[in-house]
Design a protein around this ligand. Structure first.
Ligand code: CUA
Ligand code: CA
Length: 640
């Protein structure tokens, strides 16, 4: 792929041109009320299009001290394996939620509770310590987020994690059977059949890499490898069913009526080598008829693979020739498409072309007609296929009929009007569907707008995940941060508002109004079966070599000032934080024992270890809690 290699002087000339274009375009616009406070500071801004553009923005990004953001942003952390929580529009990182990999701040992967979520081997050690998160989406009700859950994928080990949005913690992780390269996820938005279920009950997962099925059979013959589309139950997090397909999966989208899910396919060739994956001129957007798939499962029309008990239905071309019974439909899309996104007017799925400079608009009503046998040619569901620029990847929406697609190769965001594109495609060559273009810095991947894929898309802010930041931040050695850029989309022209450096390597993200979640700051003691509910219940409880140590914390002291163990004891230490004041978190570290974790207000956690080193170990509070924080310690004495 071509990358921008412009010299600084070339960049400047481009900037000069852009500045001119932006300024000229802005002349006819209402200059925003908050324009002055939006002006980026510093000498770099003076030469940047952002400064010219800043004057045209009515959406501010600079909050006064103490002022809260109006949106939450949930960002996938990439191969740091976590989820990030950003406040928007400020772009401030507020929190990181550990999911798939250990986290030293909270003791994720150290405590027994987190290890149980993460999964362990027979010896109690973590099954995996690496992950690669890409996509994050949240649960829906009536077409908008309902603040219950978010999900995030691990591409490396094919795992799906769920985040509780009341406590912003990961509470369940499921490993998908029979697949590799689990990439796209999307929750459904309501049930396809039962109108009473107007909320998310399924999460769909697309597997990118084809493998032998089962994976230890037929290793050599790549033409026999297959990929599967997976449905996970949103509540139990158990795998409900899988669909065996031709080609591969990538990103995932779901319809607002619950009836359809789709994945874009870049490898209909089922090539095992890079060159083979690009040999076909058209790949596909593969649709799934959810109600029919579940009927087939109910009717026992499935098989299982290897040791997995998950029902697998046949979604191949061969098994789905009759539209009236088909579980799947392969709509053709130009060469190696990338993201598939559902428009907030509930009418279309849009595939970005990646190796083709086009976006393909597929009308969902026509897809349902095809499944009913009322649309003769499947590809007639394509209502637009228009050129938008080089390297289109992902699309966001403003709720006013416009789509915003990242152009990786052009380093731009293109704003285009979907209905105008449909008119143009139908033959009206006077229909101007491209509304605006904006340079971003640089090589954008994911994009999302505030409330984009909900019925409440509000068209205010657009965030763009730029994969390269190059010269936008102070140099810190060879590893550059990524650049999450924020754009004001409230007017006709896009206005670049801010750059935010982020540690590698976020991919997808969602941005939603802050009142859609109701976070809790204090736990309930009853949430934890092991809770030590009263300081008087503390102590050392011995059963042979198995020892349970129960401790409570209340600033600035632990309930036990010391506790004694014998060398070789298998110790389970349970700590309940009896402080019930918001923001009063304690830590618990044991020197030389590789133990540290925190307990939030009224939270209980436990660790298990062998007391294999005799001596005196000052267990101390690691999380600043009180003026006497340093004095908050307890003496662990291990007798030889
Ligand atoms: Cu308790 Cu610091
Ligand atoms: Ca291909």
């Amino acid at each position: 792929m071509r990358q921008k290699t412009d010299t600084p002087s070339e960049q400047l000339s481009v900037i000069g041109r852009r500045k001119f274009i932006n300024t000229a375009a802005l002349a006819g616009l209402t200059v925003g009320v908050a324009a002055c406070t939006d002006k980026p500071a510093g000498p770099a801004a003076a030469a940047s299009p952002a400064s010219a553009a800043g004057h045209g923005s009515s959406n501010g990004v600079h909050l006064k001290p103490g002022e809260l953001d109006t949106y939450y942003g949930l960002w996938s952390g990439g191969h740091t394996g976590d989820m990030r929580v950003l406040g928007m529009p400020s772009g401030r990182e507020i929190h990181r939620i550990p999911c798939f990999v250990p986290d030293a701040l909270v003791g994720w992967g150290v405590t027994n509770e987190s290890k149980a979520v993460m999964g362990t081997k027979a010896d109690g050690s973590l099954r995996y310590t690496v992950a690669d998160t890409h996509h994050t989406h949240a649960s829906y009700k009536d077409g908008n987020y309902d603040g219950r859950y978010a999900w995030i994928n691990d591409k490396i080990n094919s795992r799906l994690a769920r985040i509780r949005l009341d406590y912003f913690v990961c509470d369940k992780i499921t490993q998908l059977p029979n697949v590799q390269g689990f990439h796209g996820i999307f929750p459904d938005k309501r049930d396809p059949v039962d109108p009473a279920i107007n909320y998310t009950t399924r999460v769909f997962c697309g597997a990118e890499f084809a493998v032998p099925l089962p994976n230890n059979a037929g290793i050599e013959d790549g033409s026999k490898y297959r990929s599967l589309f997976t449905c996970v139950d949103a509540e139990t997090m158990e795998v409900r069913w899988q669909v065996l397909i031709d080609g591969n999966c990538d990103l995932t989208a779901t319809s607002f009526d619950g009836k359809l899910a789709a994945t874009n396919q870049y490898n209909v060739e089922m090539g095992v080598k890079y060159e083979d994956m690009m040999s076909a001129e058209r790949d596909a957007c593969l649709f799934f008829n959810i109600a029919r798939i579940e009927e087939a499962v109910k009717a026992g029309k499935f098989k299982t693979i290897g040791s997995s008990k998950v029902p697998v239905v046949d979604g191949t071309h061969e098994g789905n020739k009759d539209p009236k019974t088909a579980l799947t439909a392969y709509v053709s899309v130009p060469k190696n498409p990338h993201g598939v996104n559902a428009s907030p007017d509930q009418k279309y799925f849009i595939c970005a072309g990646k190796l083709s400079p086009t976006a393909t608009v597929i009308e969902l009503a026509k897809m349902l007609n095809w499944f009913d046998g009322k649309l003769e040619k499947l590809d007639d569901a394509i209502v637009a296929e228009v050129e938008i620029g080089l390297g289109p990847l992902h699309t966001a929406f403003d709720g006013r009929g416009n789509a915003y697609t990242t152009l990786f190769l052009d380093s731009q965001v293109v704003k285009w009007n979907v209905e105008a594109a449909i008119k143009f495609h139908a033959g009206d060559k006077s229909a101007k569907y491209v509304v605006d273009r904006l340079d971003v810095h640089y090589q954008p991947g994911h994009i999302n707008a505030s409330q984009s894929e909900t019925i409440a898309a509000d068209g205010k802010y657009l965030a763009v995940g730029c994969k390269f930041s190059k010269d936008r931040f102070l140099p810190v050695g060879p590893l550059h941060p990524e650049n999450e850029q924020l754009i004001d989309i409230s007017g006709d022209k896009m206005v670049l508002l801010a750059d935010h450096p982020v540690r590698g390597e976020p991919h997808d993200f969602i941005i939603f109004k802050r009142d859609l979640v109701k976070p809790k700051q204090v736990y309930s003691l009853d949430d934890f079966p092991l809770a030590v509910k009263d300081a008087k219940d503390s102590g050392v409880f011995r059963n042979g070599k198995k020892v349970t140590v129960k401790i409570t914390s209340q600033a600035p002291a632990f309930s036990l000032r010391e506790f004694k163990l014998r060398k070789g004891d298998e110790v389970t230490l349970i700590l309940t934080n009896l402080d019930k004041i918001e923001d009063l978190t304690h830590g618990f570290a044991i020197p030389n024992y590789n133990v540290n974790f925190i307990v939030n207000p009224l939270e209980t956690k436990s660790v298990t270890f062998i007391a294999d080193q005799p001596g005196v170990f000052w267990c101390y509070c690691t999380h600043f809690c009180h003026a006497l924080h340093l004095e908050m310690r307890t003496r662990m004495i291990v007798e030889a």
